[in-house]
Design a protein around this ligand. Structure first.
Ligand code: G6P
Length: 610
């Protein structure tokens, strides 16, 4: 949440910052602002709304500044107004600061600063930090020391960038809990919340760790920890191509990401299937596989869509490995003193690898000595770096706020992990080979489902005015029902609930009437007849039925008002296929309602606050 960009070099900083902010807009889009050093002054321009509004404001002014910082905000403390937008000034306007995270003890600090005579112009927690830094500057400390001393007093999380007219040759950046990277260029350096903001300028990056403070000059950077000890940072090479972070001719990132799933799924499996041995090859967990296979229990923890992937993982792991699995919301897990034993394996799933609750749950579990695995998309992200071992999903950058391709790749990776453990345990060679054969057929089957796009768009037309939706599935398809409902509410703002189909009669059935559409996940599997009974129950109450069914199912057409026929696969992989029509349905409903599907209201993609 909140995007940070900074530039120091010989070029005009403003276009570089604006371009970076646009790439980070998925992190928040309530307001945007830049702070630049110009003619020995710090100038700040802020606008409510998207970065494009700030951009038009900036193009009307002649600017020549080679040092600057910029911010796109997802509001936590204070409404999305110009006053609350970042950067924030100190009172004599020699210093400005941008911040991602939450200063938890801000009210105590504020009281103290008010007593000292500081004036506040916003309702944010961030403004406290800029005045606190100023109070150390006033005692004669340099900028770096003042930032460091201020951060010692702060409780909470931050990724910050600070510039000052008193020391115009540097940007100070610091991190605790909110991601920050330095981009190393040729006689120029950058800072950003994530590498996508930098890749048009450099592929050399340095990931900051918690409690690190860095002085970034145009030709060097110096890192220290908060205790003032020098730190040597490693420079990493990132390999993201520009077309991976552009829309590539699609009207929205979300549609592009839905459509590229045959490829992203292939990438998740690439080099990882060994057909002759009926096993997967996962280098990142190879050294831990015996410990995982012998664990007494597996706990999966995540948030949002990644949590839904975790639920599918539970079905997979329990079916094939016999190891008991629990799935926990990271936000609940971290605060309830969970029972974790040394012979447990914990899997943390996160597309961004930065979700605050997931990261905190992981740190909590680590203290208790269990094995910690990360399943992440973003290479070099905090969860990926802090886990004992892990598997990248390699779905490529996901920009649309509603997760699509990351979900299907998470499912694929969970299937690969399951296969690896199961083969270590009791799964036969032939059964392993069959799973691999099915995995290999998945991209082609996904492609066939995507070819139903027009058909699904047509169905969507009839539901633009729906106020509520129900999604029902059983077994492996129960988490898919949850994910379908989440997709719809995230981007179309239609209230939607996912339920295990059998639970319908314990409550949701009371809602069914001719205005209530119900989406049934009804593939040909062992519970097909039971799902058909549930469909009959909804039909008897005049509910509208959309069924996702198997290609060769001819009976469903007599029951459902709309049916979407898709290829079959083994139970374990069904969610990968079944979720695709639900992604497309949500997308088309939202587009027909005229909504901004890539940046839905109130949401953000990388949730780095609790
Ligand atoms: C936010 C995003 C969701 C995502 C969730 C967890 O709510 O909008 O799409 O599923 O965070 O994010 P993570 O990066 O940890 O998978």
């Amino acid at each position: 949440m909140c995007g940070i960009v900074g530039y120091i070099g010989d070029k005009n900083s403003v276009p570089i910052i604006i371009e970076g902010l646009k790439r980070l807009e998925y992190r928040g889009y309530d307001s945007a602002g830049v702070g630049i050093l110009e003619n020995s002054h710090v100038n700040v321009v802020k606008k409510v709304g998207k970065v494009s509004i700030l951009e038009s404001e900036m193009t009307d002014r002649p600017i020549n500044s080679t040092v600057g910082i910029g911010h796109t905000r997802w509001a936590t403390h204070g409404a999305p107004t110009e006053e609350n937008a970042h950067p924030h000034f100190n009172n004599d306007k020699t210093l400005c600061l941008i911040h991602n995270g939450i200063i938890e003890n801000y009210s105590v600090l504020k009281k103290d600063l008010l007593k000292k005579g500081y004036e506040f112009y916003s309702e944010t927690d961030t403004e406290v930090l800029v005045h606190l830094i100023d109070s150390f500057l006033k005692k004669g400390n340099g900028l770096l020391k003042s930032v460091r001393k201020a951060l010692v007093e702060v409780e909470g999380t931050y990724g910050i960038a600070v510039i000052s007219s008193l020391e115009p040759d540097k940007i100070i950046a610091a991190r605790r809990g909110s991601p920050l990277v330095i981009g190393v260029g040729n006689n120029e350096n950058f800072i950003a919340s994530d590498v996508t903001a930098l890749i048009t300028h450099t592929s050399q990056v340095v990931y900051l760790d918690d409690n690190e403070v860095v002085e970034v000059y145009k030709d060097k950077f110096k890192a220290k920890n908060i205790k003032d000890e020098d730190i040597i940072k490693e420079v990493h090479e990132v390999t993201i191509a520009l077309d991976e972070i552009s829309k590539g001719g699609y009207p929205h990132f979300m549609l592009k990401e839905i459509m590229e799933q045959p490829e992203s799924i292939t990438n998740s499996m690439r080099g990882r299937l060994i057909q002759e041995d009926g096993i997967s090859r996962l280098g990142g967990i190879r050294n831990q596989i015996d410990r995982i296979a012998n664990s007494k229990r597996i706990i999966i923890s995540a948030c949002g869509t990644s949590w839904h992937a975790g639920l599918v993982g539970e079905y997979m792991l329990e079916q094939y490995t016999g190891i008991p699995v629990e799935v926990e919301y990271a936000s609940e897990f971290r605060y309830r003193n969970p029972v974790i034993n040394k012979d447990d394996t914990l899997i943390f799933i996160s597309q961004s690898g930065e979700t605050a609750d997931t990261l905190a749950a992981m740190k909590e579990a680590k203290k208790k000595g269990a094995l910690i695995l990360g399943v992440c998309n973003v290479v070099g992200s905090s969860i990926a770096r802090e886990s004992d071992a892990g598997v990248y999903i390699h779905a490529g950058p996901e920009i649309g706020v509603a997760s699509t391709k990351a979900f299907t790749s998470q499912l694929i990776v969970l299937a690969l992990i399951t296969l690896l453990i199961a083969r270590r345990k009791n799964l036969s060679l032939v059964d392993g080979q069959n799973i691999i054969k099915e995995l290999e057929s998945i991209p082609g089957k996904v492609q066939r489902i995507l070819e139903l796009n027009k058909e699904i768009e047509k169905i969507a037309e009839d539901f633009v005015d729906a106020k509520n939706f129900l999604y029902l599935g059983r077994g492996y398809n129960f988490p898919v029902a949850l994910e379908g409902a989440l997709k719809l509410k995230e981007i179309s703002y239609i209230h939607a609930e996912g339920y295990p189909a059998a639970e319908m009669k314990h409550g949701p059935i009371a809602l069914i009437d001719e205005n209530m559409p119900t989406v049934f996940l009804a593939p040909h599997d062992s519970v097909y007849d039971k799902i058909v009974s549930n469909i009959e129950e909804v039909k008897a109450r005049k509910g509208k039925i959309i069924a996702i069914a198997s290609e060769n199912d001819n009976t469903i057409d007599n029951l459902a008002d709309y049916s979407i026929k898709i290829p079959e696969t083994i139970r374990m992989l069904m969610p990968v296929l079944n979720v695709i029509p639900l992604q497309l349905l949500s997308y088309h409903i939202a587009v027909k309602k005229g909504l901004d599907v890539d940046q839905p209201r109130n949401l953000a993609k990388s949730v780095t606050v609790e």
